[in-house]
Design a protein around this ligand. Structure first.
Ligand code: NI
Length: 206
């Protein structure tokens, strides 16, 4: 389990770095040597429409969150370590920015259509943040939203799990603006303080 956690942490970091290279001109400038800079691409192609079910059983789409920022984490409730850590950091950062957080909808989109029913998500989300919304759906609905957000996930055999499988996945948090456009991303390695600072800065600017 520890090895998997380390491998996932490294993969997550690499994914975050490569996402940063693709997405953010300023991050690219920091990560790539001057001679290797490539032409800046336009608006980040992250996100898009989704059709899911929330932890109360209500059908929701991205339109239900228009007018608010969405802070989205992709994970699953049976994740042993990385997901809970990321969700704790996300929740603590939201608490830290006070009333500004009211403009942010914290979302957990599960990558485990099989086990993460609305009822399972309802039990899980309340242990992190009172406003955290758990979203699930059919395997196709989840595959579609993961693809739109460029999140990698893969079901793998795990004898230690009661269901005999676990899910390897990208650990990344996306902040989408009130129009559903990409605003920022964080990795699970982002600290509470730096996430709170970045959120505060973005929310106060707009
Ligand atoms: Ni996880």
């Amino acid at each position: 389990m520890r090895l998997r956690a380390i491998v996932l942490a490294v993969l997550g970091l690499l994914a975050g770095m490569s996402a940063a290279i693709v997405i953010l001109p300023e991050a690219r400038r920091k990560l790539l040597p001057a001679g290797e800079r490539i032409a800046t691409i336009g608006k980040a192609q992250i996100g898009g429409p989704f059709s899911l079910v929330d932890h109360t059983g209500r059908a929701v789409t991205e339109q239900d969150f228009r007018g608010r920022y969405m802070l989205i984490y992709f994970g699953f409730t049976h994740c042993p370590d990385i997901c809970p850590t990321s969700l704790q950091v996300m929740s603590a950062a939201l608490d830290k920015i006070g009333p500004l957080a009211d403009r942010v909808a914290p979302l957990l989109i599960t990558l485990d259509a099989e086990r993460d029913t609305p009822a399972q998500l309802a039990l899980y989300v309340k242990s992190f943040h009172p406003r955290l919304v758990g979203l699930t759906g059919s395997a196709d609905q989840i595959a579609n939203v993961a693809k739109a957000y460029r999140v990698y996930f893969n079901k793998v055999k795990d004898e230690k799990s009661s269901a005999d499988f676990t899910i390897d996945h990208t650990s990344i948090l996306y902040l989408m603006d009130p129009n559903g456009e990409f605003a920022a991303h964080f990795t699970h390695a982002t600290s509470v303080d730096s996430m709170a600072d970045r959120l505060r800065k973005i929310l106060q600017e707009r």
